[in-house]
Ligand binder design. Structure first.
Ligand SMILES: [Zn+2]
Length: 307
């Protein structure tokens, strides 16, 4: 059992694990440099050595850094002053105004596309899948595979359909003034997501609990919000955070807690091949974060403390 403090991760995802460390560890040394490189550079001038190192190292750091943080915000997603909102406050550090902008422009294009553009997208994606099949050494023209590129392309678009949804459309006016100030918990929401590092699934359960500040949200909206964020390319830590912050933003409860327990196929089928490992992530905000007693009550109610 872990001691939950704010945002916690139990079994860390092996890839995510290394990200921050690599990003801060080396400011000058490129990790892929070979001893051959070193020998060559021994002969060259100091200037050349610096030039050789500088570029790949800078690129490496930048890429690693951004793989864990959110992508740049799409200016079109900023709150417009004229737009009436359903109580959506200023953008939180995790989600943008309507929950659409990560990974930005491309997903908005997808939402606004014409039928012709949709057909073009599908054909381009199918072509890419055909290339994958060829690279695997398969014959894309054999009978069993004839329809596979298009089927997979459609499946992929379905797996990522959360990019076409936003908080506003999901919540609409389903916030009710009930004067209820006790825990509301929805447990065991099934989540199916795709790990953004390997494009393979991770699946599991999400538990969402909040303490209202008088207002409650329509209970079916919680699984829908979980769906919206999980049907995107994700890492589990971010998924957990995004759901918590989104609910915090639209509902403004006294506190919110989100816990995700899941199994990552990229861990199970490759890499460390740990078939029984479960990754647990949590994000608690507001009074659930501040008061240990409330936090423990939450973890007891979702059954996390009893295992
Ligand atoms: Zn992965």
């Amino acid at each position: 059992m872990v001691n939950f403090e704010g945002t916690a991760v139990e079994v860390k995802h092996n890839n995510v694990n290394s990200v921050n460390e690599s990003a801060v560890a080396s400011s000058d040394e490129h990790p892929n440099r070979t001893s051959e490189d070193d020998t060559r550079q021994e002969d060259g001038s100091r200037k050349k050595r610096q030039r050789d190192r500088k570029q790949p190292s800078g690129r490496f750091l930048k890429r690693r850094h951004y793989s864990i943080s959110k992508a740049a915000r799409d200016p079109r997603d900023e709150a417009s002053p004229t737009e009436p909102e359903l109580g959506v406050r200023s953008p939180s550090p995790v989600i943008d105004f309507d929950g659409l902008s990560r990974p930005s422009r491309g997903t908005r294009d997808r939402l606004d596309e014409t039928p012709e553009q949709a057909a073009e997208r599908l054909s381009k994606l199918s072509g890419a899948v055909r290339t994958i099949l060829e690279c695997l050494g398969e014959d894309p023209n054999r009978q069993g595979l004839l329809g596979t590129p298009e089927r997979y392309a459609k499946a992929m678009l379905f797996f990522t359909k959360g990019y076409e949804e936003n908080i506003r459309d999901i919540v609409q006016d389903a916030i009710f003034h009930e004067n209820h100030n006790e825990f509301v918990i929805v447990k065991d929401i099934e989540v199916f997501s795709l790990c953004e590092h390997h494009l393979v699934p991770f699946t599991g359960k999400m538990h969402i609990g909040y303490i209202p500040d008088k207002d409650v949200i329509g209970i079916s909206k919680l699984p829908r919000i979980a769906n919206m964020f999980s049907r995107r390319l994700q890492i589990q830590e971010r998924l957990t955070k995004e759901v918590a912050h989104a609910i915090m933003e639209v509902l403004k409860p006294q506190g919110i807690g989100v816990v995700v327990e899941s199994s990552h196929l990229c861990m199970v089928m490759r890499g460390v091949e740990k078939t029984t490992a479960t990754t647990v992530t949590s994000c608690v905000l507001g009074c659930i974060e501040k008061r240990q007693k409330t936090r423990n009550e939450f973890f007891n109610l979702i059954g996390l403390n009893r295992r």
